[in-house]
Design a protein around this ligand. Structure first.
Ligand code: RP5
Length: 169
């Protein structure tokens, strides 16, 4: 799956097809900002060679940010980060009886030297926004669009406040 109109700048990886729904927010946001992306199912333990190959080749292929989501022991983002100097955003997924705490710790607690920028458990929209922010460092128009996005958030909250009509109990 990919958005072909623009050059592909963001690689979105996840450990299993069962992660698709929880990762959807990443490509929804990238679509909203017209950023080219591709989505791949790649697992650190089920397809270790393919995962390594993808991470090693990503920079040469023109990708600029990688987003990796996985549940359970969730070592995908760390393994990908080990094979590239591109920024890697980790999305811990709550796919186990531990409610995502396992994924959170195994994604965020990378040993020093190989960081994974970890968002909230199931925080796929935030991962998408962070990817846009990273790309926006070199792109003033993208920064302006991020400012508009923030302004819309303000307006949404203000509209909710205007419509709050709570009866005293
Ligand atoms: C992880 O194991 C995946 O990222 C997924 O969250 C979890 C379960 O995978 P399936 O057994 O549903 O394929 O590697």
């Amino acid at each position: 799956m990919s958005k072909e109109e623009n050059s592909v700048l963001v690689g979105i990886l996840m450990g299993s097809e069962s992660d698709l729904d929880r990762m959807r927010g990443v490509w929804e946001v990238l679509g909203e900002f017209d950023i080219g992306y591709e989505v791949k199912i790649l697992s650190a333990h089920r397809t270790p060679d393919l995962t390594t190959q993808y991470a090693v080749e990503a920079e040469k292929r023109g990708l600029r940010v990688l987003v990796a989501g996985a549940g359970l022991a969730a070592h995908l983002a760390g393994v990908v980060a080990a094979h590239t100097v591109l920024p890697v955003i980790g999305v811990p997924l709550a796919s186990s009886s531990l409610g995502g705490l396992d994924s959170l710790l195994s994604t965020v607690q990378m040993p020093p030297g190989v960081p994974v920028a970890t968002v909230a458990v199931n925080g796929s929209r935030s991962a998408g926004i962070l990817a846009v922010q990273i790309l926006a460092v070199q792109d003033v128009r993208l920064r302006d669009r991020l400012k508009e996005y923030r302004q819309k958030m303000v307006e949404k909250v203000m509209a909710v406040n205007e419509n709050l009509n709570l009866e005293p109990s």
